[in-house]
Design a protein around this ligand. Structure first.
Ligand code: SF4
Ligand code: SF4
Length: 377
């Protein structure tokens, strides 16, 4: 049976227009028949860091609100949970909810925000790289799980959507540990699929009204794409959304791996599209992140690969101005490669595995992605 993906367009975060679209997605996918009165429904937005909605880094609170209201229409109780980068503590979680516009929204609509920050180690029995992981408790204890992704480009894995969003179920500083265990994009992509396969969200929705292109997931440019998507398969949703922004089938390794494991479809041709057809929604390719693919290295003779990979892989550099020495990059660095000296961050490149967690977590966006001119085409 082909997976179904609902696609829609919405030019703004105007609440009634969004609600109509999300309601249409729920109806098309039969979600109102699945969520029963009294069910605990956990929403997992992308709140990688505390950021204003206008920055297009986080799932917009108006989008999460529209989904929460549809859950309430079905009789479900809404709990919003997430683990951003950096230390996972109640104080920091409250601050992230507040600065991302979630606190007032949740209070206005009677949604609960999860700030207890508890997690448990669990086995990932189907995992091909990750065989166990710490997972934040609401993602283990719920009646229904909804993945609320943000449509973005991504420095390490190229594209960030519904599958990548679930990496946020791993608490705070345990995320850099996974980066550290799997510094290679191939292994890390496998680990992302392992987590998604373990969590198996009941529904995934994509906020692409304001998306991000370029140096995502936090340092790129806002792109007013006006795109929305929904599916019971996070893999199928990603295949469609990635296709809409210029990643053809096979261009996103984690989706290719998921297809090889039989978890998701290999291309949009294997998906039943509901709502608007893809041809009417395509709005031109997104700018890719500078820390983009080094796939061509795999086609070189084996002996040349290590040196070529080293040369082709971008590296992080603290820009000459703008660093305030806040230490966010250092606390999220899995290799402890960053020291704060004289109110400025300094990278020890002998330890750096080029995971770009520092680039993602810098609130001032002063960790640049550098690469040799030869590889910037
Ligand atoms: S590079 Fe960014 S995150 Fe790191 S200390 Fe400087 S301002 Fe803070
Ligand atoms: S310095 Fe940055 S890119 Fe290098 S290991 Fe640390 S977080 Fe990753």
């Amino acid at each position: 049976m082909r997976e179904k993906v609902w696609l829609g367009a919405c030019p703004s975060y105007e609440p009634d227009a969004l609600l109509r679209q999300v309601d249409a997605a729920f109806q098309a996918l039969g979600i109102y028949n699945e969520i029963k009165p009294g069910m605990q429904v956990v929403l997992k937005p992308n709140l990688i860091m505390g950021a204003r909605p206008e920055a297009a880094i986080c799932t917009h609170p108006a989008f999460t609100c529209a989904v929460g209201r549809c859950v309430q229409r079905a009789g479900g109780k809404v709990l919003i949970a997430e683990s951003p980068g950096g230390p996972y503590t109640p104080g920091r979680m409250k601050a992230v909810f507040k600065s991302s516009g979630y606190t007032d929204m949740a209070e206005a609509w009677g949604f609960q925000l999860y700030t207890q920050c508890k997690s448990r180690e669990v086995p990932l029995r189907q995992g091909q790289r990750l065989r166990e992981a710490a997972i934040v408790e609401p993602f283990l204890e719920h009646d229904y799980l909804i993945d609320l992704a943000k449509l973005k480009t991504h420095g390490m894995v190229g594209y960030s959507g519904a599958v990548k969003n679930l990496f946020g179920a791993v608490p705070g500083l345990q995320k850099p540990e996974i980066h550290c265990r799997f510094p290679d994009r191939e292994d890390f992509s496998h680990a992302l699929v392992d987590i998604c396969d373990f969590l198996q969200p009941d529904l995934a929705l994509m906020d692409g009204v304001w998306a991000m292109e370029g140096d995502g997931p936090t340092g790129g440019d806002r792109r007013e794409a006006g795109l929305l998507g929904a599916s019971k398969s996070p893999y199928a949703l990603d295949v469609c959304m990635a296709g809409l922004i210029g990643f053809p089938a096979g261009a996103v390794r984690m989706l290719e791996l998921a297809a090889q494991r039989g978890l998701g479809p290999p291309s949009p041709e294997h998906i039943e599209i509901l709502g608007m057809p893809m041809d009417r929604l395509r709005s031109g390719d997104f700018k890719k992140a500078k820390a983009a693919s080094t796939d061509f290295v795999d086609r070189l003779p084996r002996l040349l690969r290590p040196a070529a990979k080293r040369l082709a892989t971008p590296w992080p550099r603290i820009s000459k101005t703008g660093c305030v020495g806040c230490g966010r990059c250092a606390e999220s660095c899995p290799q402890k490669a960053i020291a704060i000296e004289g109110k400025r961050a300094r990278i020890d490149y002998s330890r750096c595995i080029r995971c770009f967690c520092c680039h993602e977590m810098c609130p001032r966006h002063v960790v640049e992605v550098k690469r040799l001119g030869l590889f910037t085409l």
